[in-house]
Write a protein that binds this ligand. Structure first.
Ligand code: HEM
Length: 638
């Protein structure tokens, strides 16, 4: 009996091994036909299980001599694109494959190929794994084909110029609130604002902007009273305290939900609810509170719409979705004439996706841009000169105009600096796709077939830093590269083509209703448009980020409002006290700032990709905002 079982087990194992070898050989043949470099491995590091195995296997393998030369071990490190930028590309080229028995994996940092992947949206789809973020209902992020079109047609018009104006105005107000918080936290009032971790406050700011401009629910900073809402607050949503049956405030419920996202991915909310672990119950509370708030908000908005108040300054992301929801229940037109509709679950799904996709990404951009400016005093000066020229040093933010000032700020060093920060430190490191059917593509004049169900990673770091498109200094933080060096043909440096256009804000409406804005002005030149496919921070093609302008407007407003009156410097207090710095000569000050710079650069370099790229847990780069003219270190670098 024992022998029979043993024989069966051995037979099954042999059969499994033979199958794996056969599948591997088939995939090797397919890989060879592409002509691309490839390496072999047992699995690709996609999906939680394989990522987990890779986390264990990678470090062990890399510690064993000879084995550690296996390129595969190096590539299965999920942080590799960021932690070793372009190392793999320098070794194997801009496009290479990993071949496993189960699947072929392709990673590319080639603009021509990326453009084909992003343009051919029915040939290269989003992988199924995305669906795990549909916590509340299906959303634009996770759908494909006709379903995606339906979502996009409804959601697209939300990202309009009207919304962008609200984003601009709200971002300015929120920057004032954030700086008010910093002022309230200072031990001594020396006219300087020490901030331990800008990332945290940038995240709050970004959440406040999306709550107000996205959902029509303005939020307060802890030091602000309700009079700051100017009567625009929504009862039960905007206050510091939870109201009614709620145990969390609206803002806290969203914050907790986003922080605990991993739990919802691993364990369904229904199980979290009955789990005996506290962490699970807190996760469930955030989920159920958020769900309740969203339902209440929908009811409020529906009432507003019924009373004809929907355009009363609340032309937010929700408006068009609710309208489409109403149409689904009231429309009496025939099926063929019917406008696309959204179910309530789908509205909630999209609300969550806007928060998920738009909050941390934009906050990171603001945070890293501030850090880069502290590291690069000359660039900071250039940015401030541009703000002075456009806005002036004294104009109160209440008088800034979206239509006049925003395009000019965006097309100046302000837009250039945030774009450069997003190029060097993108929020998302890889954009995944999967091929449907064998797909013929062209690369440098050569055609080849990418096999069906190849998993593709468009390498955002790899392409954004590719010297082929960005020049030999591609890894250097140099925002000026975004400013056109106009020649007679309108071509800017490094081969990129300048955006063109006259008038103030050029508004294009795409076929599916999505408004895009170029920020072109008659009074200032525009930022360059990089070579197609070579700047991937917002992805590209039809599945590119619809919140791109939202984020650009927000970052532009926040940076302009901060740097109009303040400069940022690294906090050196871990290396020298204020009094010591006072007594220091130029050289000593420089050397102390260098120490802070090295520490900051090391922390940025060891940032980690969780969902977005952020400083490693426990790392923070303290900075000090000082009134312009009162800087202690910036002058040393002029
Ligand atoms: C600096 C800020 C931002 C960055 C870097 C960014 C980046 C991206 C990227 C790379 C994608 C493509 C993801 C993929 O295909 O796998 C994407 C999609 C998306 N983003 Fe953003 N995003 C930002 C801000 C925003 C904002 C503010 C919103 C909304 C308020 C938003 C909403 C979305 C949505 C809904 C999608 C899915 C689009 C679709 O699949 O058709 N994003 N974003």
């Amino acid at each position: 009996m024992v022998n029979l079982i043993l024989l069966t087990v051995c037979g099954a194992a042999l059969w499994a091994i033979a199958t794996l070898i056969r599948d591997l050989r088939i995939n090797i043949e397919k890989a060879k036909k592409t002509g691309l470099p490839y390496m072999l491995g047992p699995f690709i590091p996609i999906g939680y299980f394989f990522l987990f195995v890779a986390e264990i296997l990678g470090p062990i393998g890399r510690a064993i001599p000879i084995v550690n030369r296996w390129g595969y071990l190096y590539l299965i490190d999920r942080q590799v694109s960021w932690s070793h930028p372009r190392e793999a590309e320098n070794k194997w080229g801009d496009t290479f494959l990993i071949v496993t028995p189960g699947m072929i994996y392709l990673k590319t940092s080639n603009a021509e190929l990326i453009t084909q992947f992003t343009a051919r949206k029915t040939d290269f789809l989003k992988p199924d794994g995305y669906k795990i973020v549909d916590l509340f209902g299906r959303s634009i992020l996770t759908q494909e084909g006709q379903e995606w079109k339906r979502h996009r047609k409804i959601v697209g018009p939300s990202f309009s110029e009207k919304s962008n104006r609200m984003v601009f105005e709200e971002s300015l107000r929120q920057t004032e609130g954030m700086m008010g918080l910093w002022a309230s936290q200072q031990k001594a009032s020396k006219g300087e604002l020490k901030v331990g971790n800008t990332a945290v406050d940038a995240a709050t700011l970004s959440l406040h902007v999306i709550c107000a401009a996205g959902f029509g629910v303005p939020q307060l900073w802890p030091q602000e009273g309700e009079e700051k809402l100017l009567g625009n607050g929504v009862p039960g949503f905007s206050e510091h305290e939870a109201k009614g049956s709620h145990t969390l405030t609206f803002k806290d419920s969203i914050n907790q939900l986003l922080k605990k996202l991993m739990w919802y991915v691993l364990i369904p909310p229904s199980l979290l609810k009955i789990s005996p672990f506290k962490v699970h119950q807190t996760a469930y509370t955030a989920y159920s509170e958020c769900m309740a708030y969203f339902h209440e908000l929908l009811d409020i908005k529906k009432k507003q719409m019924y009373l004809g108040e929907s355009d009363k300054g609340t032309m937010d992301l929700l408006g068009p979705m609710i309208k489409a929801n109403e149409e689904s229940t009231t429309s009496s037109t025939s099926k063929t004439q019917q406008a696309p509709t959204l179910s309530t679950a789908e509205i909630l799904g999209n609300c969550f996706i806007f928060l998920f996709a738009g909050h941390e990404t934009t906050a990171n951009n603001i945070h890293y841009t501030v850090l880069e400016l502290a590291l690069n005093p000359k660039i900071q000066r250039h940015l401030q000169e541009d703000i002075d020229n456009i806005i002036g040093p004294e104009k109160p933010i209440s008088e800034w105009s979206y239509y006049e000032d925003m395009p000019r700020l965006y097309n100046s060093m302000v837009g250039a600096t945030m774009s450069e920060a997003l190029r060097i430190v993108p929020a998302i490191c890889n954009v995944p796709k999967i091929t449907t059917g064998d797909q013929t593509v062209t690369l440098d004049g050569r055609q080849f077939v990418i096999p069906n169900e190849t998993f593709v990673h468009l390498n955002v770091v790899g392409i954004n830093l590719n010297p082929r498109y960005w020049g030999e200094d591609s890894s250097v933080f140099r925002p000026e590269r975004w400013l056109p060096k106009s020649d007679a043909n309108g071509h800017a440096e490094n081969g990129a083509v300048k955006e063109n256009g006259n008038g103030h804000i050029e508004e294009k409406v795409e076929a599916d209703g999505l408004e895009t804005t170029s920020f072109a002005t008659s009074t200032s030149t525009s930022l360059i448009t990089p070579v197609k496919g070579s700047f991937l921070s917002f992805s590209d093609g039809q599945r590119a980020c619809p919140g791109r302008r939202f984020a650009q407007v927000e970052s532009t407003a926040v940076l302009s409002a901060i740097f109009q009156k303040h400069s940022v410097e690294l906090d050196v207090s871990d290396f020298a006290s204020d009094e010591e710095v006072e007594r220091m000569g130029k050289e000593e000050r420089r050397s102390v700032y260098e120490k802070a710079r090295i520490r900051a650069e090391e922390m940025i370099a060891r940032s980690e990709q969780m969902i977005t790229l952020q400083l490693r847990a426990g790392d923070e780069v303290p900075v000090v905002f000082r009134r312009r003219g009162e800087e202690r270190f910036l002058g040393l670098y002029e």
